[in-house]
Design a protein around this ligand. Structure first.
Ligand code: SF4
Ligand code: SF4
Length: 225
């Protein structure tokens, strides 16, 4: 109970896991190997995006292009997204200073746990944030390529090939990010109200019914089992 003030089965060593139909079906216990994989997937996308944005900033001679992205990534992953999405997740209910879920062991818990499902506004903002994380580097790099071709008098083919290579690599890594995330995390994640969650309703219901704090909060918001 020490670290489990909301009595969530995920943190309860005595929860009746062996009789639970959800055992091994959802990510209801934290897993270090998934945490590492999640960090690698996020870092791959952010690193390739930063390489593309650094190249774009150099060509356009405007460092705000890369600075805006760095500031947004830090703010989004450590403050905004944690409030919008993670604060509703059962993993956020553990009484610890940092998150310790299958996807994140870095973010500090600055918000309160909210057992209610995410509302529409939170879902829209969360999706918009991810669209920005993926879309901004692609649009900025396209602009950089256009700028180089139209504004530079000495057009160097090697630079164009280099820029196009980074651009294509960014798109490929973005597609891999989306596909890996959906197939490895979203289909088993216990943050059931997240707009990316893909867990079937019967599995979701079993977990929620097992955890009265969630059941009461979801029912209060009109959820029907
Ligand atoms: S849902 Fe809860 S009770 Fe079922 S296996 Fe996971 S932690 Fe155990
Ligand atoms: S929503 Fe995802 S990243 Fe956030 S606490 Fe839950 S499992 Fe972790």
């Amino acid at each position: 109970m020490k670290n489990n003030p909301f009595n969530i089965c995920t943190f309860d060593p005595e929860s009746n896991c062996k009789d639970c139909n959800n055992k091994m079906i959802i990510n209801c216990k934290s897993d270090k190997s998934l945490q590492k994989l999640s960090v690698q997937i996020h870092l791959s996308l952010i690193i390739i995006a930063l390489i593309g944005l650094l190249a774009t900033s150099t060509i356009v001679n405007n460092w705000w292009i890369v600075i805006i992205y760095i500031l947004f990534v830090i703010l989004f992953f450590f403050v905004i997204e944690v409030r919008l999405t993670c604060s509703h997740c059962p993993y956020y209910a553990e009484k610890t200073k940092r998150l310790n879920c299958p996807e994140n062991f870095i973010a500090i818990k600055i918000w309160k746990f909210n057992p209610e499902p995410m509302n529409r506004f939170e879902k829209i903002c969360s999706v918009t944030g991810f669209v920005f994380i993926g879309g901004y580097p692609i649009l900025a790099q396209l602009y950089g390529l256009y700028y180089f071709i139209t504004q530079y008098t000495n057009i160097n083919l090697i630079i164009i090939i280099g820029l196009a290579g980074i651009f294509i690599a960014t798109i490929i890594i973005l597609l891999l990010f989306v596909s890996l995330f959906i197939n490895l995390f979203c289909i088993e994640c216990i943050n059931f109200s997240c707009p990316f969650n893909k867990v079937p309703k019967e599995i979701r219901n079993e977990y929620i019914k097992r955890n009265p704090i969630l059941k009461n909060a979801w029912e209060k918001k009109g959820y029907k089992f």
